[in-house]
Design a binder for this molecule. Structure first.
Ligand SMILES: Nc1ncnc2c1ncn2[C@@H]1O[C@H](COP(=O)(O)OP(=O)(O)OP(=O)(O)O)[C@@H](O)[C@H]1O
Ligand SMILES: [Mg+2]
Length: 373
């Protein structure tokens, strides 16, 4: 029997709840709203957005999903964006209609569609090098006109949107996007990402083009009331048993973090022959922490000594007062040093402020690893 837990994109039949979020995001799209959609990494943003787009498509929307990780240049950004729009807007059409419809969408960009043995290959070219500076305007203009002409609604998801801040021309790109998007009443945009500080700065800083142009939607973890029965049922559905109480322990050990809940459940499922027991869960949790260690070591290696020390101290002792004298003394840091460390660790999303105002490592398994080290 195949392991019923997944650590990839979650498809509709593997989905645990998210009913409310699904409804809310669909409503935003139907209102043509622009939404900044964020959460820590691996909470389920991409999976949920795919489902939202799928539902919208079935209701007659044009949809496009753009993955911006990683982008290497402005040209690369435009090419990914344009290709995703052409693919998305052309979904479900036969070859002839598709070619007819995309003809004339753009004036500078030239879609190149090749019918290859295993489907259609789409790329985008710019007619001449001197027209490259007009390419983004052309793309945005084309989207607006196409949607208006067809008298239809559209939803475009830009995943890992914070990546554009890595480009030297980011401010210019943000300005062009904003100037078009604000006029596209029938196109909803989802700006998705996990680097919350960077996204918040893009959307909440008065000097940035996207200032006050969006709703903010924060994806929360999945509640234990939904996740524990989900785990238990998946064991039962594959001929094994895991009681609700034990499923709840799996959830609690992974601290409700969706990716780790699934990964821990998956390790436990592999280890269990018939019936799950508490010993297996704890052994599996140790295994999970060991499995993740290589990733954490990579992140750790890239931090300066003062940041390492600050992160470790926060892990051992999450605190609402990280600049208090006794907290700083534990790591021999000045207030200035601690403030710098905090800024960098927040920007990297390695630390977050909990709803109760306590600073703690964002990743619960990294926290376990740090506590052991
Ligand atoms: N609704 C859900 N039901 C069950 N598991 C889920 C759900 N949403 C997320 N997960 C778990 O979380 C993992 C991460 O999901 P996904 O890749 O959609 O998150 P993400 O927020 O886009 O991550 P990233 O920030 O890394 O792009 C999934 O592989 C799955 O294990
Ligand atoms: Mg994602």
């Amino acid at each position: 029997m195949k392991n019923p837990f997944t650590i990839g994109l979650v498809s509709e039949n593997e989905f645990c709840n998210r009913e409310r979020e699904l409804g809310e995001l669909i409503t935003y799209a139907k209102n043509g709203s622009k939404v900044m959609f964020c959460s820590p990494r691996r909470y389920g943003k991409s999976s949920l957005v795919f489902l939202v787009l799928d539902k919208l498509r079935k209701e007659g929307f044009l949809t496009a999903y753009v993955d911006l990780f990683p982008i290497s240049s402005e040209d690369d950004f435009i090419s990914r964006f344009a290709t995703a729009v052409i693919k998305g807007f052309g979904a479900g059409l036969d070859q002839k209609t598709f070619l007819e419809k995309i003809k004339g969408i753009f004036s500078v960009l030239r879609p190149v569609v090749e019918f290859v043995p295993d489907g259609v290959s789409i790329s985008v070219k710019v007619d001449s090098p001197e027209k490259r500076s007009m390419a983004l305007d052309d793309l945005m203009d084309g989207i607006g006109k196409y949607v208006k002409k067809r008298k239809i609604q559209a939803c475009i998801a830009l995943d890992e949107f914070q990546e554009i801040t890595e480009l030297a021309t980011s401010k210019k790109i943000e300005g062009i996007l904003r100037s078009h998007i604000q006029h596209q009443k029938d196109v909803s945009y989802f700006y998705i990402g996990s680097r919350r500080r960077i996204l918040q700065d893009m959307f909440h800083n008065k000097s940035r083009p996207f200032y006050k142009s969006t709703y903010t939607y924060i994806l929360e973890p999945i509640s234990a009331d939904h996740f524990a029965p989900f785990i238990s049922k998946r064991f039962t559905g594959t001929g094994k048993a895991c009681s609700l109480a034990l499923a709840r322990i799996i959830y609690d050990l992974a601290q409700g973090y969706p990716y780790y809940v699934q990964k821990l459940a998956s390790i436990v499922w592999d280890a269990v022959e018939h019936v799950c027991d508490i010993g297996t869960i704890h052994q599996s949790f140790e295994r999970l922490v060991r499995m993740e260690a290589a990733d954490f070591e990579g992140i750790w290696g890239g931090l300066s000594l003062s940041r390492k020390s600050f992160l470790r101290t926060i892990s051992l002792e999450p605190t609402a007062t990280p600049y208090a004298k006794n907290f700083l003394e534990k790591q021999s840091l000045s207030i200035g040093g601690a403030q710098k460390a905090m800024k960098v660790l927040l920007a990297k999303d390695l630390i977050e402020k909990s709803p109760e105002g306590v600073y703690r490592p964002t990743d619960p398994i990294m926290r376990e690893w740090l506590k052991k080290g």
